[in-house]
Design a protein around this ligand. Structure first.
Ligand code: CIZ
Ligand code: SF4
Length: 350
């Protein structure tokens, strides 16, 4: 990266000292991750932010919903900064509160709202987490989705899973032993969600029609292709991948799980990884004794994660040095209260 910018980022961080804490998501660019005080997945980073009460400013190198979660979990005095406001998440954007409320009204009209427990993946906006908190539901991550679903099925006979259909389906089928036919897909762009009353009454998992534009791109063809090219390869994918990809893989798990698997893999082993490319590249560099490859012939970064680049980080840090707070992310008090209820329920899971 540009040596002038590297020097400026260093100088600004040094000038701010302990007043600033920089969080770097695993999918961030190398030029940004080098300045992170801690790296992690969205859940780990939210907890790290909450554990740094002395930091006046949390600079979140990640995407918008993650910065919102950090604002919810930190004190009012702390300010959360997202270096580029255009760093959203296409999956989180697929569930809009008004659409979700409309679905909920339909469940109420059908007389099933009392049986449905809403569950939202961490990768959702604060107002969706707030909706879930107000309606006795829970947040989950890709590491605890199974536990969250088991808890939810003790509270009610149906789960309304937002916004990632793949994580919901993969967890229900692979971890809870459900049939694919127990799951229905609610499409907010179709009349009545594209579902008949009978389908809704019979379903156990009502999946929101959302997906990750990065993980949703891995295909069964890519798995078969890499197996034919690299005998003995281990296929390791994230549960945001499509069901056929996940069922044909050897290992499935969260970002932190993927990192652990590669750290513990024997020298000489071969791995095709289905997750974001910045992370796969760093894993390959860190493990030259293992054969690590991306599970697709075409590159695919998360384009919104990549919006945060060194120029944006330098700009944000230098603004803080100058006494201004750029791109502050705030969640209104009422939304934050109910989102926190749903997050705390997750933290209290066994
Ligand atoms: O796909 C993502 O954005 C993930 C897995 C984020 C996270 O850290 O949970
Ligand atoms: Fe959203 Fe997918 Fe990008 Fe994660 S990788 S921020 S879920 S679009």
């Amino acid at each position: 990266s540009d040596p002038g910018l590297v020097e400026r980022a260093r100088a600004a961080k040094a000038a701010l000292g302990d007043r600033v804490f920089v969080l770097g998501h695993h999918y961030q660019r190398d030029e940004v991750i080098q300045f992170a005080d801690v790296t992690g997945d969205s859940f780990k980073l939210a907890r790290e932010a909450a554990a740094r009460p002395e930091a006046e400013y949390i600079v979140f190198c990640g995407v918008h919903f993650m910065a919102e979660s950090a604002d919810i979990l930190t004190s009012d005095a702390q300010r959360v900064v997202l270096p580029d406001l255009a760093a959203g998440c296409s999956m989180a954007d697929m569930a809009v509160l008004s659409q979700v409320e409309k679905a909920w009204e339909r469940f109420a009209a059908l007389g099933i709202a009392g049986d449905v427990v809403p569950v939202t993946y961490m990768n959702s906006s604060a107002d969706i987490k707030g909706f879930v908190g107000r309606n006795d539901g829970v947040v989950c991550t890709s590491s605890n989705a199974e536990t969250a679903l088991r808890w939810s099925f003790e509270q009610g006979s149906k789960v309304f899973f937002l916004p990632d259909q793949h994580l919901g389906r993969n967890t229900a089928v692979l971890k809870l032993g459900f049939e694919l036919s127990d799951c229905v897909l609610y499409d907010p762009h179709k009349a009545n969600g594209g579902l008949t009353d009978e389908q809704l009454l019979a379903a156990r998992m009502i999946l929101w029609r959302g997906h990750c534009s990065v993980h949703g791109r891995f295909s069964l063809d890519a798995v078969q292709d890499v197996r034919s090219r690299v005998p003995g390869v281990n296929v390791l994918v994230h549960p945001e991948c499509r069901h056929d990809v996940v069922t044909s893989a050897d290992y499935v798990g969260s970002t932190e799980y993927i990192i652990r698997m590669i750290d513990n893999a024997p020298a000489g082993s071969a791995w095709a990884i289905g997750t974001e490319l910045n992370l796969v590249r760093r894993l390959a560099l860190a493990h030259p004794d293992k054969q690590i490859m991306f599970l697709e012939r075409n590159v695919c970064y998360c384009s919104t994660m990549n919006r945060i680049d060194l120029p944006h980080l330098v700009w944000a840090l230098e603004e803080l040095v100058a006494g201004r707070v750029p791109n502050q992310i705030t969640v209104d008090a009422q939304t934050a209260h109910y989102a926190r209820v749903a997050l705390d329920r997750m933290l209290a899971l066994p």
